[in-house]
Design a protein around this ligand. Structure first.
Ligand code: FMN
Length: 328
């Protein structure tokens, strides 16, 4: 599958853009486990054109993680165009426009999924950004604003007419936020529309290799994108890719191996930020990791693991977990 002239191979599996999650270290780790393309977290166009240094840092990408997309969000055409040109200087493979973020501080101001309530503006921004940069521009959005306005089938055509190179659809409405189940039927409808010729990337609730295959086979999408299932489980890309390629499950990964990966995540995160912030940053991954699910009498250890403030403290808990639950 190709986006513009970027070849992502057969049945690509992408790492979703996620605020506070898809930093350079995590992207690289997912890439090493097989993610075919990775995305930065969304970057505010407003902050970018004001040269806010924390925002500018989000444009840091490395050749090792390519192909990589940088995603921006905003609600004003001139600002988005200017931000797009700044992003282009950072030399990502793709510039992705976020028209899907449901959170109030973004959508409430008309940006992200808020744009689903102002389609003319969404299309104007898209067209203007496509015209302003030379790199491929893609869009990520949702099914529509709410259950009564699931407009994605016609919206996809309109966005394609603006000149985008691919479209990612998260199978929820803005009103759903992250609740309920992602509905892939409309993603399939978009894909089946004979007018559509750009790649369609399906997203939402892909949490197992079997579901990944089903999404390709039932809905015909060109690629799938995985978000939350990568928390504390960046090796999901290895599991999914193996299954897609061979039709068989990867032999079970040992908990010791998985804990080594999590330890590496801690190291990477601390190196990227600092000890305190790095550990705070990986807590979400430790809390979600399947490695610790279902361990008997784990509650106190889990609390200690999620409260640790230094690497020493955290690794003592890790050692304790290994000795108690995964000896050998
Ligand atoms: C913590 C978090 C942060 C997110 N940040 C972004 C973002 O910056 N840009 C974006 O397009 N989507 C963002 N999303 C949405 C995901 O990219 C994805 O569309 C959504 O989680 C559904 O996929 P999943 O079921 O595989 O997680 C975020 C989701 C989560 C959970």
């Amino acid at each position: 599958m190709k986006i513009a002239n970027i070849d992502l191979g057969e049945r690509p599996v992408l790492l979703a853009p996620m605020e506070d999650v898809t930093d350079p270290a995590f992207r690289l780790m997912c890439k090493r486990f097989g993610a075919d393309m990775v995305y930065t977290e969304f970057v505010s166009a407003d902050a970018l054109i004001r040269s806010v240094s924390k925002t500018e840092q989000k444009l840091n990408i490395s050749d090792e993680e390519r192909p990589v997309a940088i995603q921006i969000y905003g609600r004003d055409t001139a600002t988005m165009v200017e931000a797009a040109k700044i992003v282009e200087q950072a030399r990502p493979d793709i510039l992705d426009l976020n028209f899907g973020c449901p959170v109030k501080r973004v959508a409430g101001k008309g940006a992200g999924a808020g744009m689903l309530q102002n389609i003319p503006l969404m299309l104007e921004i898209t067209r203007s950004v496509v015209d302003a940069v030379k790199i491929p521009v893609t869009v990520k959005t949702r099914l529509g604003w709410d259950a009564d306005h699931k407009i994605i089938v016609s919206l996809a055509e309109q966005l394609q007419d603006c000149g985008i190179s691919a479209l990612t659809i998260h199978g929820r409405t803005r009103a759903q936020m992250y609740t309920g189940e992602a509905d892939w039927t409309l993603i399939g409808e978009v894909k089946k529309n004979p007018r559509m010729h750009i790649p369609i990337i399906g997203n939402g609730d892909v949490t197992t290799p079997q579901r990944a295959r089903e999404c390709f086979e039932q809905y015909g999408v060109d690629a799938i994108m995985i978000g939350r299932a990568s928390f504390g489980r960046p090796w999901i890309f290895k599991e999914v890719k193996h299954y897609l390629e061979t039709g068989e499950e990867l032999p079970a990964l040992t908990p010791q191996w998985c804990m080594d990966v999590l330890r590496q995540e801690v190291e990477d995160s601390v190196n990227l930020l600092d000890e305190r912030r790095g550990i705070l940053h990986v807590r979400r991954h430790l809390a979600a990791s399947p490695v610790f699910k279902g361990l008997p009498n784990f509650r106190d250890t889990r609390i200690a693991m999620l409260r640790a403030e230094t690497k020493d403290e955290l690794y003592r808990t890790f050692n304790d977990i290994r000795q108690r639950f995964f000896p050998g």
